[in-house]
Design a protein around this ligand. Structure first.
Ligand SMILES: *[C@@H]1O[C@H](CO)[C@@H](O)[C@H](O)[C@H]1NC(C)=O
Ligand SMILES: *[C@@H]1O[C@H](CO)[C@@H](O)[C@H](O)[C@H]1NC(C)=O
Length: 493
């Protein structure tokens, strides 16, 4: 029988008929290993390839060997983005720790599809897609293993938040060495799952990092590497970013050690923009986390490794968080459903062809809720923001000197949280920007381009009619960790 040369991305079943034997032999081609890394509250201006003050050699290397995605968009806060990464009603803020809500059960997540294709599926890090019942949690949603925490943030050492511990290995509550900074324990786990993996089987690791989300905590050894930054908060943040970059390096090293690296497709993205209140920076983009300006929504993103034909350049096509699920499934040789919002971009990304996406929704919130959120749409080069854009409308440069330039915003945040009231929200006028010519949103052209603004408003209204209501229940006291052995645990919805 003639030798079959199968390229890695050729994941379809190849059947060849041996002329000599008349036997039909079907060979399953090799599927790529896939590692999907998500940095938490990571700013546009916080990666080495955008800002030389930041030390990210491992991320930069993946970028230079792969493709930088320059127009890759996410939701302005994290649960909605995380939801989209693995499936597609979380448009309204994040899931709070006492809320009996989770990403709708009954709708399969990406790892469930990947398992059907033979993948081993692992998650390390932050879940934040709800945990009020077991059915909401990672090992019930397609992951073989889980090592990490359920809530949106926690202490980097004691693994606790809001008065409860929050850490699991699978379903088991654990508290790994509380003297160890979290990136170290995640690195150990990553090395373990990778080294134990049988490399002949396809491997999927979803790695939603804890870093560099607040609380701002970092070992001195990392902070010391950022001594070129005078401002203490920004220097610590820079150290956290360096720790995150080391984690990326640990993953690539472990893949190499286990002979898997050349067959691995790696994706790296932030989940939303950085928060200047906690020393991140999206400059020169406008705004920050929780705003629909570009600073809250345009992600640091790249794709690198197996299957890419064209590399070493910046891809300018539009990608949206919803696209990752069908794109990853397609890269894995699966057939994404076509009835979802996400677009399979694999062929375009792989070959450097134009994006299939020409428009997307930045956010579309439910005006029936007590807090009117943001609504914004992009069509081609144009972006329309309707209503409240979020609390941080400025251009926040990284802090350099040791002075507290964001004191006013920090005090406001401590007093009001991240949101304004409905009354204030209704005072905002619509804004229109040409993102191609004006990526930093400095020139609102809504008054000079009224018919264009009207057309985009109309399009946004069309989406509104199709919208599923947000599930945003009141807090439930049954969530209290003291009722569950001191840990944030399922069993209260
Ligand atoms: C964890 O550390 C934080 C400080 O970062 C502290 O406020 C909290 O009380 C600690 N929790 C536990 C359970 O030790
Ligand atoms: C990436 O986007 C920014 C902002 O729109 C733009 O200034 C820059 O030139 C783009 N980079 C490349 C390499 O296309």
């Amino acid at each position: 029988m003639a030798a079959l040369v199968l390229s890695l991305h050729d994941t379809t079943k190849v059947c060849c008929i041996s002329i000599l034997t008349f036997f039909s032999v079907c060979i399953e081609a090799k599927r790529p290993h896939i590692v999907f890394m998500v940095a938490d509250d990571y700013g546009w201006n916080d990666v080495g390839f955008h800002n030389p003050d930041m030390i990210t050699p491992n991320i930069d290397k993946l970028a230079s060997e792969g493709v930088i995605l320059n127009q890759s968009y996410v939701q302005p806060v994290c649960s909605p983005s995380r939801n989209l990464f693995i499936y597609v009603c979380l448009q309204h803020l994040v899931i709070k720790h006492k809320q009996a809500a989770c990403s709708p059960v009954g709708i399969p997540f990406l790892p469930e599809y990947l398992k059907k294709l033979g993948y081993a599926t692992h998650i390390i890090g932050k879940w934040h897609l709800g945990f009020c019942k077991w059915e909401c949690t990672p090992t019930y949603r397609g992951f073989d293993t889980f090592y990490g925490f359920y809530n949106g943030r926690e202490d980097y050492y004691n693994r606790s938040v809001f008065g409860g511990h929050d850490f699991r290995d699978g379903e088991e509550p654990i508290l790994p060495d509380r003297t160890k900074y979290s990136t170290y324990i995640y690195a150990e786990r990553a090395r373990e799952v990778i080294s134990k993996h049988d490399k002949d089987k396809p491997f999927y690791l979803y790695f939603p990092f804890q870093s560099p989300h607040e609380p701002i905590e970092v070992p001195t050894a990392y902070e010391d590497q950022c001594n070129h930054i005078k401002n203490e908060g920004r220097r610590k943040y820079c150290g956290m970013v360096k720790a995150l970059d080391d984690l990326v390096g640990d993953v690539t090293a472990a893949l190499k050690d286990n002979g898997m690296y050349d067959d691995t497709l790696l994706i790296f993205t932030s989940d939303n923009g950085g928060s200047h209140l906690f020393h991140a920076s999206n400059y020169p983009l406008r705004g920050a986390k929780v705003t629909v300006y570009e600073g809250g929504t345009r992600a640091v993103a790249l794709i690198s490794g197996a299957g890419l034909e064209k590399t070493g350049y910046t891809y300018d096509g539009m990608i949206h968080a919803v696209d990752w699920m069908p794109t990853i499934l397609s890269a894995a040789g699966g057939k994404p459903e076509t009835c979802i919002d996400g677009i399979d971009q694999w062929e375009n990304l792989r070959r450097g062809c134009p994006s299939k996406r020409t428009e997307f929704i930045y956010n579309l919130d439910d005006s029936s809720l007590p807090i009117t959120g943001h609504a914004a749409i992009r069509v081609g080069d144009y972006k329309l923001i309707e209503g409240y854009p979020g609390p941080y409308p400025d251009w926040y440069e990284p802090e350099t000197e040791n002075s507290d330039i964001y004191k006013r915003e920090r005090e406001h945040f401590q007093k009001n949280g991240e949101i304004e009231t409905n009354e204030q929200a209704s005072c905002y006028k619509r804004q229109l920007f040409n993102i191609k010519d004006d990526p930093y949103e400095r020139h609102d052209i809504s008054l000079t381009h009224t018919s264009l603004a009207d057309a985009l408003s109309k399009r946004l209204a069309e989406y509104h009619t199709q919208m599923v209501s947000a599930n945003f229940p009141d807090d439930s006291e049954a969530s209290d960790p003291q009722l569950h052995g001191g840990f944030w645990s399922p069993g209260w919805c």
